[in-house]
Design a protein. Structure first.
Length: 191
């Protein structure tokens, strides 16, 4: 039985996701790429674990985006090792306290696909928002990493709940748009 998630409150969408048994363990395997293979991105670029530190943030706290059901999955899986704290009670926005507390194998999809966040229109991936500037010192993202992220999101968007949430309820971070061109066999990016 399918539900119209467009008419649901975000809390109801998360509960619905939980009842749908979205397999985040499997989904995380789709997002295993690294910007710099075999290297720690923070140490490579900054000399420190830097992805969530205030010096690399906008003028407001850096916070993470969680897909429907993902926050509940991570809290259940990590228990007291869960590294993020809610910025304001009831806001649904969680602040990351830096890589020192990160449980790398259970980092959220937002971290796995960083710096890209999908833009969905009419149920299709049309672009990514590149959220690097002004906070991230990475100047160029290698094409293989972009392709791996795009491939993961295309798989993830086959889950109607995720597609609907991204299109109608999901966050829209600021950043440069990277448009996706459709072709018969694959998609490519243009900036």
């Amino acid at each position: 039985m399918s539900m119209d998630t467009k008419k649901m409150h975000p809390t109801e969408v998360s509960l619905y996701a939980k009842s749908m048994h979205i397999n985040f363990e499997q989904i995380y395997k789709w997002f295993t790429g690294r910007i710099y293979p075999d290297q720690d991105c923070g140490k490579t670029v900054c000399g420190i674990h830097a992805c969530c530190y205030p010096c690399h943030s906008h003028d407001k706290p850096t916070y993470l985006y969680y897909l429907p059901g993902e926050l509940e999955f991570l809290k259940m899986k990590l228990k007291e090792r869960f590294p993020a704290r809610e910025i304001e009670p009831g806001s649904g926005k969680y602040h990351c306290f830096g890589n020192a507390q990160c449980v790398y194998e259970y980092r959220p999809i937002d971290c796995r696909s960083y710096p890209y966040w999908p833009v969905v229109e009419c149920g299709k991936l049309v672009a990514f928002i590149d959220d690097r500037k002004p906070r991230c010192p990475i100047e160029k993202v290698p094409p293989p990493f972009f392709e791996k992220v795009k491939e993961g999101w295309l798989k993830l968007l086959k889950i109607p709940l995720v597609t609907t949430w991204l299109e109608f309820e999901g966050p829209q971070p600021c950043g440069e748009l990277v448009f996706i061109k459709d072709s018969d066999s694959q998609s490519t990016a243009e900036t």
